[in-house]
Ligand binder design. Sequence first.
Ligand SMILES: Nc1ncnc2c1ncn2[C@@H]1O[C@H](COP(=O)(O)OP(=O)(O)OP(=O)(O)O)[C@@H](O)[C@H]1O
Ligand SMILES: [Mg+2]
Length: 232
Amino acid sequence: MLEVDGIDVAYGDVQVVWDVSFSVTEGETVALLGANGAGKTTVLKTICGPLTPSAGDISFKGESIGHLQQDEVVPKGVTHIPEGREIFSDSTVRENLRLGAYTNRDGMRERLDRVYEIFPRLEERKGQKAGTLSGGEQQMLAIGRGLMSDPDLILLDEASLGLAPVLVEDVFDAIERINEEGTTVLLVEQDVNNALRIADRGYVLESGRMNLSGSAEELATDDRVAASYLGG
Ligand SMILES: Nc1ncnc2c1ncn2[C@@H]1O[C@H](COP(=O)(O)OP(=O)(O)OP(=O)(O)O)[C@@H](O)[C@H]1O
Ligand SMILES: [Mg+2]
């Protein structure tokens, strides 16, 4: 479904990603792992539009998307849930969710019902201003809003960051369920154990290079995965 083929990515003159290749097959959950600054967010932003590779290409369902902008990629079925939530604080939960469907307003009601089924808390708080939600509720809203465009592939950047352990479990359970209901998932995570618990496969970025990949079981027991998080 997604093929990332030998991409280099730079911010101005400063290259931070070198010759990165990986793929995601329809129906999979794939984890992209690596230490702080390894280039995980950069790779996701290159897939979903704001950044463009200086070499290599990215294809989605066989079509090149490496040079498309975000507003061109979303209608093709790719949604990105950025690091740091980025919800509209002064709008209500329901308004935020409706905004997520901007590229595809058909079946809005059904999609809203699906999001409320996955995150019942959001339905309870649908009239509340998003800025007054708790951190965990805001994260649920960010994921729910991403689902409103009915994506085939969802890119999740640190969905569990800063959440209490009990909420981390809830968010990972929700991601697992979203995948089981047919959405392919590429997730970036510092929480390696939980990520590999729900993922089929994973890739490890080290200083902008992809040096390690394998099944979730292989990576969970690979010392080099732990080492890469310690910067070793
Ligand atoms: N807008 C920017 N301008 C210049 N350099 C940047 C920019 N954004 C990120 N970088 C640099 O690119 C490198 C990769 O950053 P990136 O955000 O992709 O890492 P990451 O793996 O997502 O890290 P983290 O786990 O901390 O979120 C870092 O060295 C970072 O300082
Ligand atoms: Mg990041």
